[in-house]
Design a binder for this molecule. Structure first.
Ligand code: SF4
Length: 454
C-alpha cells in the first residue's frame, strides 16, 4: 500500500478517497498514469481483479479488535469468498448485489443495507456456545423510501459459506424471473432462506465436530467472555441475553396475535430458555436439560422467586408433554414474561427484590463445588480465601460477586484465580464494581488477588 500511496502522491492532490463501502476511490488521475495505477492496485488487492460482487462485499472488523464484537466477520467473509470462488456459480450475474457482515447487532458492516446480510450472535447447543449469524435480506437503498433488510433466520458461522453458496445458487437458477435480488427476496427468497437455514440445523454436538465451536480464524473456542464490553459482567449478561433473545424470537408469532398456530417445539424451547436464563446468577452452570429444570426448581420455584404455579409448565416441558404444553400456551408466555420481569428487577449484585444478601441466607449463595475451599489466609488474617482456580469465566466472577455481597464494607477477600482470562478479567471487573484490589501476585501457575469490599 505504501508503494501505491507513493505513486499516487506524485499525481497531485485529491486523487484518492476511502468509501463507505470499504473501497478506494481513485480520481483525477492523469491518463498516462492509468496503466501503472492498475498494475499496483491489482497487485495490492487480490479482490480488485475478482468479480465485482466479491470485491464489493463488506465485513466489519468484528471481535478481532472490536470490544463490542461477538463474531469474526472478516474470517467468515474470507471463507465465503473462498467457497464462492471455487464454485461454478456465475458471479458476474450478481454485480450490484450487496453482501454485508457485521460482528454484532451494531451495524458497522452495514448489514441493514444488504441484499444479503449477516450479523453476529452467540448460539447454544447442548449448553455449549458457538458463533452464529442472524440472516437479513432485501434492503432497498437509493432513490425513494429506503427499506432496511429484514431479519429472517439464523445460521451457524461454520455453515455460513455453504449457506451463501446454496442460496445464491438457487437465486441464479431462477434469476430471469426476478428484476433484482430484492424482488427475489420479496417473493420466493424468504422461503428459500428459511428452508436453507433449517437444513443447516441442528449443528453437531461439540464432541462430534469441534469446528462449529471455533469462529473463522479463531484459535480458541468461541466464548462471550471478554466480548460485548470486555468485562466479566458483560460476559455474564451476554449469556443471559442469548436466552432472552431466543425467547423473544420464539414468541414473535404469539405476540403478533397468531394464537391458532401454536408450535409445541417452540413452547418447549421457550420454557427451557426461560428456566436456564437466570441460573448463572445463582452460580449454576447447567450441563444438561434435566439439570436446567432441577436447578430452576431448586433456585427459583422453591425459594419463591418465581410463582410456584409455573411448576406446571416447567414439569410439562421437563417431561416433553407437547400436548399439555399446547394447552398451556398462554401460561408458557406468562412464564417467559415473568422471568424477563425478574431479570429486569435484578440488582447489580445479582440479587432480586426481597432477597437477603447475607452469606448463607435461604440457600441463595451458590454451592462452592469440590474445587473451592474456604480458608483463613495466612498472610492476611482477616481475609476470607476462595479458591476459584478451576472455575472458568464468567462463573468465577459470579462467585466473587456473591462472596462480596455477603461481606461488610472493609472486609477482605483473597481469591485464587487461574492464569489467562481469569486474571485479566476478574480483578478489572471487581474494580469496576467499586471494590479495591489491594494486591495481586502470581504463585507458580495461578494468581492470588486480595480484594477489599466497598
Ligand atoms: S458491528 Fe459490532 S463487531 Fe462490528 S465493528 Fe461495529 S461494534 Fe464492532
Amino acid at each position: 500500500i505504501i508503494e501505491l500511496a507513493e505513486f499516487l502522491s506524485q499525481l497531485g492532490h485529491d486523487v484518492v478517497r476511502l468509501t463507505t463501502g470499504q473501497n478506494l476511490q481513485l480520481r483525477n488521475l492523469p491518463e498516462e498514469s492509468l496503466g501503472r495505477t492498475f498494475e499496483l492496485v491489482s497487485r495490492l488487492f487480490e479482490l480488485s481483479a475478482a468479480e465485482r460482487f466479491l470485491g464489493d462485499a463488506i465485513a466489519c472488523t468484528g471481535a478481532d479488535t472490536c470490544k463490542l464484537g461477538i463474531c469474526l466477520p472478516r474470517g467468515a467473509l474470507r471463507a465465503v469468498l473462498k467457497r464462492l470462488r471455487r464454485s461454478d456459480l456465475d458471479l458476474d450475474r450478481l454485480s450490484g448485489c450487496r453482501l454485508n457482515l457485521s460482528g454484532c447487532p451494531n451495524s458497522c458492516g452495514q448489514h441493514p443495507l444488504a441484499d444479503l446480510g449477516f450479523y453476529g450472535r452467540a448460539g447454544r447447543q447442548n449448553e455449549v456456545l458457538y458463533p452464529e449469524y442472524n440472516v437479513v435480506a432485501g434492503a432497498v437503498i437509493g432513490e425513494g423510501a429506503p427499506v432496511f433488510a429484514e431479519e429472517l433466520d439464523r445460521v451457524s458461522a461454520r455453515d455460513l459459506p455453504e449457506f451463501v453458496h446454496d442460496l445464491l445458487g438457487r437465486f441464479l437458477s431462477k434469476q430471469a424471473r426476478f428484476q433484482s435480488f430484492r424482488d427475489y427476496v420479496q417473493t420466493e427468497g424468504k422461503q428459500d432462506i428459511r428452508e436453507l437455514c433449517e437444513q443447516f440445523r441442528p449443528i453437531p454436538d461439540f464432541e462430534e465436530d469441534k469446528n462449529y465451536y471455533y469462529d473463522w480464524g479463531a484459535k480458541e473456542q468461541f466464548t462471550l467472555v471478554g466480548k460485548g464490553g470486555g468485562e466479566c459482567s458483560a460476559g455474564l449478561f451476554d449469556l443471559i441475553e442469548v436466552d432472552l433473545r431466543r425467547i423473544r424470537e420464539l414468541r414473535k408469532p404469539w405476540l403478533r396475535g397468531e394464537r391458532n398456530t401454536a408450535d409445541g417445539e417452540a413452547l418447549w424451547e421457550i420454557v427451557l430458555c426461560a428456566s436456564r436464563m437466570l441460573l448463572i446468577t445463582r452460580g449454576v452452570e447447567a450441563t444438561s436439560e434435566e439439570n436446567v429444570f432441577s436447578s430452576f426448581e431448586k433456585h427459583f420455584i422453591s425459594t419463591g422467586l418465581v410463582d410456584p404455579h409455573f411448576s406446571t409448565v416447567v414439569d410439562a416441558t421437563r417431561q416433553r408433554r407437547m400436548d399439555l404444553l399446547l394447552r398451556l400456551a398462554p401460561e408458557v408466555h406468562s412464564f417467559a414474561e415473568e422471568i424477563e420481569k425478574l431479570y429486569r428487577s435484578m440488582d447489580n449484585s445479582l440479587h432480586f427484590p426481597g432477597e437477603s444478601k447475607t452469606a448463607g441466607s435461604a440457600g441463595i449463595l451458590p454451592a462452592l463445588g469440590p474445587q473451592a475451599s474456604c480458608l483463613r489466609s495466612q498472610q492476611q488474617p482477616q481475609a476470607l480465601t476462595r479458591d476459584y482456580r478451576q472455575i472458568a469465566c464468567p462463573m468465577n466472577f459470579v462467585k466473587v460477586k456473591f462472596d462480596l455481597a455477603g461481606m461488610k464494607t472493609g472486609d477482605r477477600l483473597e481469591v485464587l484465580l487461574g492464569d489467562g482470562e481469569p486474571i485479566r478479567n476478574v480483578p478489572r471487573s471487581v474494580v469496576d464494581e467499586g471494590h479495591k484490589v489491594l494486591a495481586q501476585s502470581k504463585i507458580e501457575n495461578h494468581w492470588s488477588v486480595l480484594i477489599e469490599k466497598a
